[in-house]
Design a protein around this ligand. Structure first.
Ligand code: GAP
Length: 535
């Protein structure tokens, strides 16, 4: 599948629209249309149900070291600015950007790649952005243009080494920027904090600056004590939150994959330090299986453990759950979710002040006067085990997923083109979204075969009855084959047709979206039949 085909279907059928489209759009912001809003809600509801509400706190799920409890939270997007100072986001949550003086374009430093080339006695680094186009072809085209050579003179170019990141190039004066025609137009990399800043209050000054949260996780850490004190939860337990996060990404792109406003589904799981490696392994495997169960099976999904040198010193493990999105270069995967062992880093930072990420064991960062650089809350965020009397700062395992990335992966995986017979029995190519029934925006569509003989009345009654149980759509316009095709594109698992036989024997036809199988069921049994199949 080409990404363009999915983007066009999403717009045509109302899954996703560009935000503020009538004003030309706003880069990095997306709106979910009538089908998209249902799909994304289903993704978030499946996550919440599977992780929180249907969790049985008395039984340990398969693979878990013991039974545990799960609870939820819904925190504000704007929080006390001190939260971000102690979490490290104020000082450390930045990317490096570079500008092109010739084109005035801005790039994320680590996303620019390229290759060394030599011709006419000059050796330069030809840079490109990591995009879907064939990088090698793009680089050759740009190099030929730079050296004023024709395509037939390509053998005069001598390439040196593979495509590599711009971060490996020391002398920027020999770099041909991604969209530039002159050498050396790229600036030195500069740090850029990704948090959106705002001012709280009508009279607000810089003193009242606050930030839109770049992750939902910190709301959970700062409420750890509130949850302990207001519920009867005991360690081990998890707190879950779903909500909007904001990052002023330098180069938002690839549809919703890297947006500036997006939703996260995060769990902070609090456990005893000695048990944390076992819990890390449990959550890593369980979260991977969640995507498999909802249809992301196969070689496009992978679980990748970070190498030890990629880990922060307080972490004993981090793994990414990754999907091979069609917009990525062949063989590359994009992150859907990170599962991280965060140690006691966050609770201790909010307790004592921002920890120094360069020291181990952890010490608080101090300024030139020996004072804590960012003061913590001073609250005791440790846990006391009632039975053993032991007091400790819990360790945390964090499965952190993106609701928009998961939705995008389910859309990519669902997009299928196959052959199906039309009304005359002739095979035609059809586009069908093979979404898991739990995720499908509409679960069933009801059609009267023709708009007469009492069929619309029966169909409308059935539609109203089914709607009480699951999202159902009614359609009486156009040939029935066309109506099937529209529902295939929407990902509707079942279509029900009221026809001439319904009038005499009170049965209807149910058609399965994926197998195209059709069978007859009594009108009164349709709800039960579909409810069973949709589970
Ligand atoms: N609390 C940890 C944390 O926020 P992260 O890896 O920065 O970790 C977690 O983000 C998940 O949030 C990512 O795996 C991704 O699914 C989603 N995410 C992060 N940045 C995003 C963006 N700019 N657009 C869409 N989703 C994003």
């Amino acid at each position: 599948m080409e990404m363009d085909q999915l983007v066009s279907l999403c717009k045509r059928r109302g899954f996703l629209f560009q935000s503020s489209e009538i004003y030309g759009g706003l880069n990095g912001f997306w709106d979910y249309g009538p089908l998209g809003v249902e799909l994304k809600r289903n993704v978030k509801e499946a996550w919440w149900k599977d992780m929180v509400t249907s969790h049985d706190d008395l039984d340990a799920p398969a693979g878990a070291p013991s039974s545990f409890e799960m609870t939820g939270l819904d925190c504000t997007i704007i929080m006390h600015p001190q939260v971000w100072k102690c979490s490290g986001h104020y000082d450390l949550f930045h990317d490096h950007m570079i500008d092109c003086r010739q084109t005035n374009k801005r790039y994320r430093y680590d996303q620019v790649r390229g290759r060394w080339v030599e011709a006419k006695g000059q050796r330069i680094f030809v840079a490109t952005m990591v995009e879907t186009q064939d990088e090698a072809e793009d680089l050759q085209r740009r190099a030929l243009k730079h050296f004023k050579l024709r395509a037939k003179d390509a053998e005069q170019l001598s390439w040196d080494g593979d495509v590599t990141s711009l971060t490996t190039v020391e002398d920027t004066s020999v770099v041909l920027g991604p969209d530039a025609t002159e050498l050396g137009s790229l600036t030195e990399p500069r740090e850029f904090n990704l948090m959106f800043k705002t001012i709280v209050g009508a009279m607000g000054t810089e003193e009242d600056a606050a930030f839109l949260r770049p992750e939902t996780a910190q709301g959970i850490f700062v409420n750890f004590k509130n949850v302990l004190d207001s519920t009867r939860v005991k360690i081990p337990f998890g707190i879950a939150q779903v909500g909007k996060s904001f990052r002023n990404e330098i180069t938002p792109r690839n549809f919703t994959f890297r947006s500036r406003e997006f939703e996260q589904m995060e769990i902070e799981f609090f456990c005893h330090p000695e048990q944390s490696p076992a819990w890390y392994k449990y959550w890593r495997d369980r979260r991977f299986q969640w995507y498999v169960d909802l249809g992301l099976a196969g070689e496009r999904l992978q679980l990748r453990d970070h190498d030890p040198d990629e880990l922060s010193h307080y972490s004993t493990g981090t793994a990414d759950i990754e999907y091979q999105f069609p917009f990525l270069p062949a063989g590359e995967f994009g992150e859907l979710e990170g599962v991280a062992h965060r140690g006691d880093f966050d609770l201790r930072s909010h307790m004592e002040g921002k920890l120094d990420p360069n020291t181990c064991p952890l010490t608080v960062e101090v300024d030139e006067h020996g004072q804590p650089r960012h003061r913590g809350s001073g609250r005791d965020l440790s846990y006391r085990d009632d039975e053993s009397g032991e007091k400790y700062v819990p360790h945390v395992i964090e499965p952190s997923a993106g609701a928009d990335r998961a939705t995008l992966a389910f859309l990519c995986e669902a997009y299928t083109e196959d052959q199906a017979p039309d009304e005359k029995g002739k095979l035609q190519t059809r586009t069908v979204m093979k979404l898991h029934p739990r995720l499908a925006p509409i679960k069933a569509a009801v059609f009267p075969l023709v708009k007469k003989d009492g069929m619309p009345e029966i169909a409308r009654d059935l539609y109203r009855a089914l709607k009480q149980h699951f999202p159902t759509f009614y359609d009486e316009k156009g040939a029935v084959g066309r109506r099937y095709r529209r529902q295939d594109e929407a990902g509707t698992p079942y279509c029900i047709t009221i026809d001439g036989d319904t009038l005499s024997d009170k049965t209807v036809t149910i058609r399965d979206r994926d197998t195209l199988e059709q069978w007859r069921v009594k009108l009164d049994d349709v709800e039960g039949e579909l409810s069973g199949r949709l589970k």
